[in-house]
Every structure is written in C-alpha cells, then in structure tokens.
Design a protein around this ligand. Sequence first.
Ligand code: HEC
Ligand code: HEC
Ligand code: HEC
Ligand code: HEC
Length: 370
Amino acid sequence: MQLSRLGTPLLIAAIVFLSAACEKTQTTQLGPRGLGLVQNAKPHDIAMLAEKNKVPVPLPAANPDGPRAGEFYENVQLLGDYSKSEFGRTMISIKNWVAPGQGCGYCHNAPYYEEDTKYPKLVAREMIKMVRHINSDWKEHVGKTGVTCWTCHRGNNVPQKIWFKPNDNDPHGMVAGRSPMRLPTASSGNTGLPSDVLEHYLLGNDNLRIVGTDALADNTNRRSIKQAKYTYGMMMVMSESLGVNCDFCHNTRAFYSWEQSRPQRATAWYGIRMVRDLNNTTLATVATLLPLNRMGPAGDGPKIYCATCHQGVNKPLYGFPMVQDYPELIASKTPDYVPGPHPHSDRDDDEEDEKPVTKKGVLGGMKSKN
Ligand code: HEC
Ligand code: HEC
Ligand code: HEC
Ligand code: HEC
C-alpha cells in the first residue's frame, strides 16, 4: 500500500533526474563531410564556461598627456613612458585583476609606493615583462587576441590552473618506485597515463612525435609504447585544457600528417614552444622571488600549461581581444625607453611628506574603487 503511494512520485523523480542527466549533446562539424571532424559539447557545460569566461569591463581610457610616470614617480622601471594618468589606470586594473580582495596593499607598503619590499610587487614586474613578451614575441600563438593579467589570474592572487612536479614520496601520487604510471591526475588529463608528462614536454623539450614513417626502419626508443603513452598523456592535457576533442587539431586517420591537420594544430605547436619558453624564463625567475609556501610538494616553483590561459575553451575568454584596451601590456610606448636616474632619488626620509604621491593622492584626479 505504502509502496504504491510512493511509487508515482518516485517514478516522476526518476524521470526528472534521468532526463536531466541525459542532456542532449550538441555537435559541431569542423571539417569536410565524411572525415568525422566533430566537436561534442553539453549545453550545461557551455553555459558554465560562458559564465566562467566573462570579461571585466575595461576602465575608461586615461589622459595620455601630462607628466610621464617615470618622471613623476621614484621607481618606475617599465611603465615610465606612459602618462601619470595612464599609469594610475594600469595600477587600478592590475589590482582588480590580481588582488581585488587585498587592494594596492598586496604589492605596496602605502604610502611608500616606490619601495620594492613586498614580493608580489617584484613578481608583478616580472609578470608585466612576461605579458609584453607574450603579446609581442609570441604572435604566432596569441595573435591579436593577446593576454592580460586577467587571462590567467581572473581575480586570484595565484592562477587556478598551475602545475608542479609530482612528489615521488606522496603515497597517493604513484604506485611504486619512480614508476611513471600513477593514479589519474590532472597532469595527465585525468587518465592513468604517465603523470610526469608536463615535465617532459612543457619544461623539457622532449619530442612529442612518435609515429614511425619508415616500415621497421626506425628502431629507436621513441617509437615505443612507453613513448606513445607519454605523447597521449600530453595530448589529453591539451584537449582537456581547451575543452576539445582530438579532431579539433588532427584528422585522426593520420595523427602525424600536417597536411591533413587543421590549422589549429600549428597554433598548438607554437603554444607548446611558448609555454616551454615561459616556464624556463619568467616562471623560473618568479620561483626565486616567491615564499616557500608557494612551492610544490617536490619543492619546485609554480609553472604554467595550456589551461592556465585557456581554462576550458579553445581561445582564452572566447578570443575577446582584451589587451587592445591596455597597450602598455603589449609594449612600452617608446620601445628603447630606459628610465634615467630620478631627480629625487637622493632625498632623505624627512622629505617623504613633500612627495606629490602622498599629498594629492596617488592617482591624482582618478577615482579608485578600492
Ligand atoms: C600586483 C601588484 C600591484 C598592485 C596590486 C598595485 N601595484 Fe602599484 N606598482 C606595482 C609595480 C610592479 C610597480 C612598478 C612598475 C614599474 O616598475 O614600471 C608599481 C608602482 C606603483 C607606483 C609608483 C611608485 C614610485 O614612486 O615608484 C605607484 C604610485 C603605485 N604603484 C600605485 C598603486 C596603487 C594606487 C595601487 C592600487 C590601486 C597599486 N599601485 C596596486 C605593482 C602593483
Ligand atoms: C600566463 C599566465 C599569467 C599571466 C598572463 C600573468 N600571470 Fe601572474 N602569475 C602566474 C603564475 C603561474 C604565478 C605563480 C603563482 C604563485 O605565485 O604561486 C603568478 C604569480 C603572480 C603574483 C604573485 C602572487 C602570489 O601571491 O604568489 C603576482 C603579484 C602576479 N602574478 C601578478 C601578475 C600581473 C600584474 C600580471 C599582468 C601584468 C600577471 N600576473 C599576468 C601566471 C600569470
Ligand atoms: C590543440 C591541438 C591538438 C589536440 C586537441 C590534440 N593534438 Fe595531438 N598533436 C598536436 C600537435 C601540435 C602535435 C605535434 C607536437 C610537436 O611536434 O611538438 C601533436 C602530435 C600528436 C601525435 C604524434 C604524431 C607523430 O607524428 O608522431 C599523436 C599520436 C597525437 N598528437 C594524438 C592525439 C590524440 C590521441 C589526441 C586526443 C586525445 C590529440 N592528439 C589531441 C596537437 C593536438
Ligand atoms: C599565455 C596564454 C596561453 C597559453 C599558456 C596557451 N595559449 Fe593557446 N591561445 C592563447 C590565445 C590568446 C589564443 C587566441 C589566439 C587568436 O585569437 O588568434 C590561443 C589560441 C590557441 C589555439 C587556436 C584556437 C582556435 O580556435 O583557433 C590553439 C589550438 C591553442 N591556443 C592551443 C594551446 C595549447 C595546446 C597550449 C599549451 C601547450 C596553449 N594553447 C597555451 C593563449 C594561450
């Protein structure tokens, strides 16, 4: 009796649950008919990604006239050839993108803005250099879309998608000895494939190509099953990072063939080289500036991979060219600008009150939401 009364609501609940779980997959055909170059996506995931990839409204453009920040302030090494107002706009934007919770004090010991005593300020300088390097020297990858601090940080001090070397002593991290086969981890696209692939391909420059092109002619170790697992591990990481299938880049009947691949595969090729470059330059330098609690389980510093920028979509922020509103993050205004000695650099501390910075408010006329 009781069971049959419960039956109807239970049945309805089951139907509602099942129909929600069996959401229809949307497919998009990317290549000519017959090749099966198809991307699959769930409407729920599309909605979630759209929410996650909202772009903050840019601050209104600042007055390019007036004193240069390099003349007006004490210790501006990179942004000195922009006007004081433009400089103020950059500071507010950086604050909004990287430290909205902490504000200017995350990097500065106000009112001594010129001091280089807080590590985030030193890291931020390296980051400004990195962003300019990406936007001007890695156009083969980032095109005109470019990147800003927001691309990776999205309002967090530490970007959400970073990686460290796996810890060999972590009982959950591996099966036995230095076996490369571990339990599924994010660093192998959540597969049981080797979890140290990122070390090989995004820090080191191991060769990802494993398909032999001569029958039995090549008996080097690279054509092994072990190497194929490494390549597949990396391919899973790339696919997951961009939220795409293998055939977003490859025609899967010929993984090796560039002629049969989509142009996006070439963009990805540059992406691999760009990430290697940045992990071995900026991120290596940053590791020497960060406190110990920022280091990974094996003691190494944080590193980037495809998801750090892409965060689940084929073009970060769906290709919105956010950096075009922030030319100071593409290059300095006068490319060979070298800051000269500051006229007040020999002042003693008593003169601090005289500094226009503390008197007028750091940003002159500009309003900070902080
Ligand atoms: C994420 C770190 C970071 C945040 C947050 C930040 N700044 Fe800065 N600030 C820097 C860096 C880096 C420099 C040096 C830039 C250079 O060398 O070109 C700088 C320099 C300055 C200077 C020049 C000081 C001098 O005399 O040399 C002022 C003024 C300043 N910031 C104000 C602000 C204000 C106001 C805020 C908040 C709205 C802010 N900053 C938020 C990193 C930051
Ligand atoms: C390509 C991705 C990327 C971009 C773009 C980027 N960052 Fe970072 N940033 C990182 C990574 C990775 C770290 C290291 C994480 C950590 O500190 O543990 C980091 C760390 C930092 C830190 C130190 C945070 C802390 O407390 O440890 C600051 C400050 C910072 N970035 C500022 C900036 C600013 C300012 C910009 C834009 C000019 C910028 N970043 C652009 C990836 C990026
Ligand atoms: C975002 C683009 C992209 C996606 C997605 C992608 N690949 Fe790749 N794949 C590449 C690039 C680029 C290379 C060459 C890398 C290099 O030379 O450094 C490559 C190389 C390979 C190779 C080696 C080919 C050879 O000549 O030896 C195989 C196999 C492969 N991918 C399989 C896959 C599989 C399986 C997937 C899905 C799990 C996948 N790829 C997803 C871009 C992609
Ligand atoms: C520093 C940020 C950043 C990192 C890290 C990064 N990318 Fe990108 N990627 C971009 C930007 C920005 C674009 C958009 C370029 C454009 O609009 O032309 C892009 C575009 C692409 C595209 C073309 C997508 C399309 O629809 O045309 C592919 C493929 C790609 N990236 C693959 C990768 C892979 C694989 C990695 C890791 C090895 C990677 N990216 C790492 C910023 C990044």
